[in-house]
Design a binder for this molecule. Sequence first.
Ligand code: THU
Length: 155
Amino acid sequence: MTAAAAPGIEPETREHLMSAARDAATRAYAPYSKFHVGAALLFADGSVVTGANVENASYGLSLCAETVAAAKVLSEDWRGGLVAVAVHGGMVDAGGHIAPGADPVTPCGRCRQVISEVAQLGGTDPLVICMGAAETVDIRLSQLLPMAFGPANLA
Ligand code: THU
């Protein structure tokens, strides 16, 4: 199946989604890296599902924010076409303030694949908004993860 590029989003909607990602980052459980990440997934019906990273004392078991959000989506009511994803992250200081780095936070390789599963179910190529203090990059998922493996490969 060829994914349709999800339509661009309105500036207000984009700002709302970025704000949801910032807010989600405040709920991260990241006592080991102290790098708090929030992800916000926007669906065609307007619903927004968020996630934050959840670390573990056994470091390798930690879950990224995007994966937590995707698990919420797929384990609750799946919401159809994934239009956009915003990702925000930064180191937290002793006062709980999150300071994003200058560079945009791009989803890790595993998260690209996990987001792709949600996108392929709805047949879209979502915009991924990678947020940073100096620069925010909007990029299609298909550019972050070309030739993705997905449900169609198993049909
Ligand atoms: N992390 C995310 O939540 N999403 C990403 O895309 C990159 C990394 C988390 C994992 C770990 O809890 C912390 O950031 C530091 O790597």
